[in-house]
Design a protein. Structure first.
Length: 311
């Protein structure tokens, strides 16, 4: 028998990387646009397959009806676009919501040494909309979240939101809020979104979480730029003695450049100089080369009237 000649060697490309990236980007945009329509507060109700309310007479109509049963107006007719736009602005997602896919957000959080704060919403749950209106837009909550977390919000019908609900088994009671550890992907702490209805309650939950769970350590890649910085000159302060729990004291939580959080007790009479000495000892940085600022509102303690002698 004759043996067939070998097939000539050739190079070919099974997957066009550029085309695949474009396809993925288009799919992500389409999913985000669909989610935006579903989560619009004055959305057309068929965006989530529900009944709709006539914008002219207020009559409730079945989802399949194309015109109002009471006044005959077409579905969606007679709406005030300007008013609708104002309402949607009021209930819009926060500007700090991560647009990137979940896996990219996880990698970014891992590099920056931050937790991922996830909020899964449901268009039919009014609590989802009030979170956007009252909580995520609050100045105090905004400062807390932007400083310490990466915020990732999706609805339960989006591709990634649906996948998240299946993976973390959280689709039964929405809205859902949880903290994801970027190093392991584990949900460290979760809450019913309805419990976060007030900004001060949300801030308390966030503070309690940060006090209990130190921030993840940033990866070496993210810290690379800092390694090239000039080493600070001067002596690091000695750690002052910490008062015992049996005497009058107050607690201060320090967030170090590494992302780690440390809680220290201070006497009411302690000065800013003592506080800076603690910060110096914790960060191994001379007091003159560091700054300490409050988180809310953001303010450098060096700007306090009275200087380092202030108590």
């Amino acid at each position: 028998d004759e043996v067939r000649a070998p097939i000539a060697a050739f190079d070919d490309q099974i997957i066009n990387a550029d085309a695949e990236r474009r396809r993925m980007a288009e799919a992500i945009k389409a999913d985000a646009d669909a989610m935006g329509k579903r989560m619009s507060f004055d959305r057309a109700e068929d965006a989530v397959a529900g009944d709709w309310t006539c914008t002219k007479c207020g009559n409730k109509n079945f989802a399949k009806s194309r015109s109002c049963f009471k006044c005959g107006a077409a579905k969606g007719a007679g709406g005030d676009d300007k008013a609708a736009g104002a309402i949607n602005q009021l209930f819009k997602p926060p500007s700090y919501n991560q647009a990137s896919p979940f896996f990219q957000t996880i990698e970014k959080a891992k590099a920056e040494g931050k937790w991922v704060l996830v909020n899964i919403q449901q268009a039919d749950a009014f609590a989802s909309h009030t979170l956007n209106r009252d909580v995520w837009s609050d100045e105090t909550v905004t400062d807390l979240v932007e400083e310490n977390f990466l915020f990732w919000q999706r609805d339960n019908l989006s591709t990634e939101g649906e996948q998240f609900c299946r993976t973390y088994k959280c689709g039964g009671e929405l809205p859902h809020i949880c903290m994801i550890d970027p190093r392991t992907g584990r949900s460290v702490k979760s809450w019913l979104g309805s419990k976060w209805g007030k900004p001060h309650t949300a801030a308390e939950y966030i503070f309690e979480f940060m006090e209990r769970y130190p921030a993840p350590t940033a990866t070496a890649a993210a810290a690379g730029d800092k390694a090239e910085d000039e080493k600070p000159q001067g002596e690091v302060a000695q750690m002052p003695e910490e008062p015992g729990t049996d005497v009058e004291h107050l607690k201060v939580s320090f967030r170090l450049p590494s992302g780690q959080r440390v809680m220290r007790r201070f006497r009411p009479a302690d000065t800013l100089e003592t506080l800076f000495a603690v910060a110096s000892a914790l960060s191994s940085c001379p007091p003159d080369d560091l700054d300490v600022s409050t988180q809310m509102p953001k303010r450098s303690l060096r700007d306090i009237d009275g200087g380092m002698a202030t108590t």
